[in-house]
Design a protein. Structure first.
Ligand code: C5P
Length: 223
């Protein structure tokens, strides 16, 4: 039997990461953070001094980059890139912007396809990203598309980064979020859009528990 999949797509700051992790834990399912793969290639390209406009070098870099996921002793997820713990570097806006740039290259997306599909294992998978329901797991039994207003997404990011002691401005974050949204939605391959059969959930003004409950509801519906 093939494992059931719940896809959770949406723009940056929609709460996908937080919600997906909690839902995966509740269901006892595996979790795929597909954005981390794009971010990992983005920072590996940076380490190798590859220009973000050099598509063929970026494609080679995608094949060459080793990416591993594991939880540390405290149960916190860590991402290992070419043998180095890159978890903190992966979360920076620089890594996000690099990811978004390389994610627009069709051969890079193709090279990462199988590396995402291997996460589909019993008893099930929660897949978090931009094109999980449309391209990577189009046959998923359960699909969710999370949104939130740009202002609210910028505020959430702001709080997250401030808690980590990163100095940023709300205004700057809002501008970055809008720029990344525009790039992700307008690219020719796998643009950010809800799958036709996705349930859309607007999380503006909702707390984490409220969103988790709505998503679990989608999974318990007969499909
Ligand atoms: O979700 P996250 O912010 O980590 O993703 C970083 C970038 O990677 C996104 O802005 C997007 O350009 C790209 N991405 C993608 N497809 C995915 C996941 C992420 O294109 N499935």
């Amino acid at each position: 039997t093939t494992a059931p999949v719940l896809t959770i797509d949406g723009p940056s700051g929609s709460g996908k990461g937080t919600i997906s992790r909690i839902v995966a834990q509740r269901l006892g399912w595996h979790y795929l953070d597909s954005g981390a793969l794009y971010r990992a290639v983005g920072i590996a390209a940076g380490w190798a001094d590859i220009d973000l406009s050099d598509a063929s070098a970026l494609v080679r870099c995608t094949f060459d980059t080793e990416i591993g996921f594991r939880d540390d002793a405290a149960g916190e997820p860590r991402v290992i890139v070419n043998g180095l713990d890159a978890t903190d570097e992966l979360r920076t806006e620089t890594a996000g912007a690099a990811a978004s740039a390389i994610a627009a290259i069709p051969e890079v997306r193709a090279a990462l396809k199988d590396r995402q599909r291997v996460f589909r294992q019993l008893p099930g998978l929660v897949a978090d990203g931009r094109d999980m329901g449309t391209v990577i797991f189009p046959d998923a039994a359960h699909k969710v598309f999370l949104t939130a207003s740009a202002d609210e997404r910028a505020e959430r990011r702001y709080k997250q980064l401030k808690d980590k002691g990163v100095s940023v401005t709300l205004d700057g974050l809002l501008r970055e979020i809008l720029a990344r949204d525009a790039r992700d939605a307008s690219r020719a391959v796998a643009p950010l859009r809800p799958a036709d059969d996705a349930v859309r959930i607007d999380t503006t003004g909702l707390g984490i528990d409220g969103v988790v409950a709505l998503v679990l509801d989608v999974v318990s519906r007969p499909s």
